[in-house]
Design a protein around this ligand. Structure first.
Ligand code: IYR
Length: 221
């Protein structure tokens, strides 16, 4: 056995079954309250809420425990403006010529277009970068299962924000390379997701869409 393997005991109290079901139901109910929003109030959200949600995200399981992510929190209005302008420039080309008709059709129920006002209105933008490798004394160390790991961390982040009553949008302007430049991140970091966070605007609306029920996606063998 390798010297690097030094396990320590792990114990967790077992909940009674009724308590497990109650906790699972409570989390399910909270998850069902979540909606992606595109109309944000400019009201700030407590910095501590973002910090705690990011601590939850940073605890996510990752390939070989390498935590292959960087989170950048943007609240500076000038930076948000630059990000909006760059995102809209890409998105305008997407909507006007790059997205094929079936894609545009799939987006119709969401009512999206190239304009991304929420990138300036939302009080904070969390930009998540995937980090494919890191430099160490001995040379470059590759990270493993980076997209799976970062996806899970983003799921933790969204769930933690939602539990605190904070709304968010999973936004992917494409291509997103401009985020690396504007935020001054190294080439080894690739923008993965842009998550505006905040409270819904007073007149916020969301698309009337339905989620598939579990029966449509669950197979038990
Ligand atoms: N990135 C574009 C288009 C878009 C794509 C998907 I897939 C969505 O679920 C929503 C939007 C935009 O943000 O408008």
């Amino acid at each position: 056995m390798s010297d690097a393997y030094r396990p320590i005991p792990y114990e967790r109290p077992r909940l009674p079954e009724s308590e497990m079901i109650r906790a699972a139901r409570e989390f399910r109910d909270l998850a069902l309250q979540r909606r992606s929003i595109r109309f944000f109030s400019p009201d700030p959200i407590p910095e501590e809420v973002i910090r705690l949600a990011l601590e939850a995200a940073n605890s996510a399981p990752s390939g070989a425990n390498m935590q292959p992510w960087t989170f950048v929190v943007v609240t500076d209005p000038a930076l948000k403006k630059r990000i909006r302008e760059a995102a809209e420039s890409e998105e305008r080309q997407n909507y006007e010529s790059r997205m094929p008709p079936p894609w545009l059709q799939a987006l119709e129920p969401l009512g999206t277009d190239w304009q991304k006002e929420f990138l300036e209105t939302a009080p904070a933008l969390i930009v998540v970068f995937r980090v494919d490798a890191r430099e160490e004394e001995g040379g470059r160390v590759l990270h493993y299962y980076v997209s799976e790991s970062v996806g899970i961390a983003c799921g933790f982040l969204l769930a933690a924000l939602n539990a605190a009553g904070v709304s968010a949008l999973t936004h992917t302007p494409s291509p997103m390379g401009f985020l690396r430049e504007i935020l001054g991140r190294p080439a080894v970091e690739k923008p993965y997701l842009l998550i505006p966070v905040g409270f819904p605007a007073a007149n916020c609306t969301v698309p009337s869409i339905r989620k598939k029920g579990l029966a449509e996606v669950l197979i038990v063998r």
